[in-house]
Design a protein around this ligand. Structure first.
Ligand SMILES: [Zn+2]
Length: 94
């Protein structure tokens, strides 16, 4: 199964002033959503996301983005203009 992570997000900066738990969530979120983490780590991240507002919002945003990609792929691929507008949108939100 191919990784979902777009390279630009994989390399996104994680702010150093976040609590260690939040940094862990941000660094591992795509693997978490893909079910690639160990059961222990998955349980720890899930508990943190449930208790932490910013991490919950981040997880919601990323999982919606992931669903969108999955839907578009299921329809036979992401048209170039859609891909570009999604990437442009993400650039703006940084
Ligand atoms: Zn957090």
């Amino acid at each position: 199964m191919p990784r979902h992570t777009p390279p630009m997000l994989e390399l996104a900066e994680v702010p150093n002033d976040l609590p260690a738990e939040c940094q862990e969530v941000i660094r591992n979120l795509w693997d978490y959503l893909d079910g690639r983490l160990s059961p222990d780590t998955t349980a720890r991240l899930r508990a943190h996301i449930a208790a932490c507002g910013p991490c919950f919002a981040y997880q919601q945003f990323q999982s919606r983005f992931l669903e969108l990609l999955t839907t578009l792929r299921a329809r036979g691929g992401v048209p170039e203009h859609v891909r570009e507008s999604v990437l442009a949108r993400l650039d703006e939100e940084r």
